[in-house]
Design a protein around this ligand. Structure first.
Ligand SMILES: *Cc1c(COP(=O)(O)O)cnc(C)c1O
Length: 432
């Protein structure tokens, strides 16, 4: 399949080229030429397959022409070698737990899929690929883990100093090898702005073959739709599809869900669950889309003021704002309410939420109050242990450390401090 630029639809390239470039000229985002559509009977047959077979079938049309089937099979098998359980919390609300991967947050699937694709694409070339990635917390860890030791690829991660949790910072800064962490004295939007600028910089383009591993990269973005298929595989009544609430920051995950919807996945409705960074939530409630500077919240992976993937949401609905609003409802949840829901859900059901899952669960509850007889799923995007301070503040207990996280505590951290200015970053890149 080919992918066109949302800046200039006549710019159209293969899956391989779109993955390696990351972004089209003039900061354009790539978008699939044709979203595969499955009839209801076909969809039921797909959902009855084992997860790896299902994942292979869903991804195959997108990567065809760039990745042979047997290679894709290996990539998919290696990418989803952990469970995605649907955990019932109440009769009407279940959590799809996406935090059983190596870095304990949902970004592992996209990062692992993308790193293996890039590894395949750089198999013959002596030309090293440099992955540049801005992270609000979890992307960096997932990308570092997914790319660690991948030959022909180096990774540079920009993260906002003091605005990621201690475990997140350890995941970013303790890898070494082909992974370099830059601690930027600013917020996520500063990091993202630097990365976007770098891709348009001809001087850097001469020295490096740069690509992105944010959800602007299609190889990161597209496999995230698998979560929604896995959710429906575990849903007991396909004739009464679920409402799905997605904790959203840069809107890659929700956008991937909407792709799945377009492909014919039965979903009743989507909820964009946001924290105080409510540009998209306000749009969905009827306002004009107005990006704003990011503000810090307890659900820091969603502290994004101008989400990159918003334009893809519109494209999925052919740029019809009214259609987006018809299929997606937006909520903005305060930190105060986030703490309360973590406490209430723990005390009432004995289930420990992380702050991102909490934002989504509360949004879903609010929606279901107004839509009786519907039931829903929210995406639990991170393990509560990634946000121990918030969880302890809300519940008084400390979440247990899974073994994957405890090994990190003994590793040495390495990072380079960076001013939140493009010229400082560029100078460093040209001199290294
Ligand atoms: C990245 C992240 C989000 C937001 O996902 P987007 O695709 O950027 O909207 C939500 N929760 C967690 C835990 C994350 O790491």
């Amino acid at each position: 399949m080919n992918f066109y630029s949302l800046q200039d639809p006549s710019y159209c390239v293969s899956y391989e080229a779109a993955t390696i470039k990351g972004q089209a000229p003039a900061k354009g985002l790539f978008f699939p030429e044709k979203i595969p559509v499955y009839a209801p009977a076909e969809m039921r047959a797909l959902l009855a397959l084992p997860p790896v077979d299902l994942a292979f079938r869903i991804m195959q049309p997108y990567v065809s022409g760039s990745i042979p089937d047997e290679v894709l099979w290996n990539i998919v098998t290696a990418t989803i070698d952990f469970p995605f359980p649907l955990h019932a919390i109440t009769p009407d609300i279940s959590a799809l737990e996406l935090f059983h991967g190596p870095t304990l947050a949902f970004k592992d699937v996209g990062a692992r899929f993308m790193s293996r694709c890039l590894g395949y694409f750089s198999r013959h070339s002596d030309n090293k690929v440099t992955v540049l990635v801005a992270t609000s917390g979890d992307t960096g860890g997932a990308v570092a883990n997914g790319f660690l030791g991948v030959e022909g690829v180096e990774v540079i991660i920009l993260y906002p100093r003091g605005k990621v949790s201690p475990i997140q910072e350890l995941q970013l800064t303790t890898c070494g090898q082909n992974i370099t962490a830059l601690s930027v004295e600013g917020n996520f939007d500063d990091c993202q702005a630097i990365v976007k600028e770098a891709f348009t910089d001809e001087q850097l383009g001469k020295k490096y073959q740069l690509t992105s591993a944010n959800s602007i990269n299609i190889a990161r973005w597209l496999p995230q739709q698998l979560y929604y298929f896995f959710a429906l595989q575990q849903w007991n009544d396909l004739d009464a599809p679920p409402v799905i609430a997605v904790p959203s920051g840069n809107f890659g995950n929700l956008g991937a869900g909407l792709l799945a919807l377009k492909s014919g996945l039965p979903v009743q409705h989507f909820i964009a669950a946001c924290n105080a960074n409510d540009a998209v939530a306000a749009f969905l409630q009827g306002a004009a889309y107005t990006p704003r500077p990011a503000v810090s919240t307890l659900s820091n992976a969603m502290d994004v003021g101008d989400p990159s993937n918003f334009i893809r949401l519109l494209e999925i609905f052919c740029q019809q704002e009214a259609s987006v609003r018809q299929f997606v409802t937006g909520y903005s949840i305060t930190d105060e309410a986030t703490l309360q829901v973590i406490k209430r859900v723990y005390q009432t059901y004995g289930y420990l939420l992380d702050p991102h899952g909490a934002v989504a669960m509360l949004s879903l509850e609010q929606y279901l109050i107004q839509h009786e007889k519907q039931r829903g799923i929210f995406l639990a995007t991170a393990h509560p242990v990634k946000f121990p301070d918030v969880v302890e503040r809300a519940t008084g207990i400390q979440p247990d450390f899974p073994p994957a996280a405890s090994a990190l505590l003994h590793k040495e951290q390495h990072f380079i401090s960076m001013q939140p200015r493009y010229d400082a970053f560029k100078k460093w890149m040209l001199e290294r």
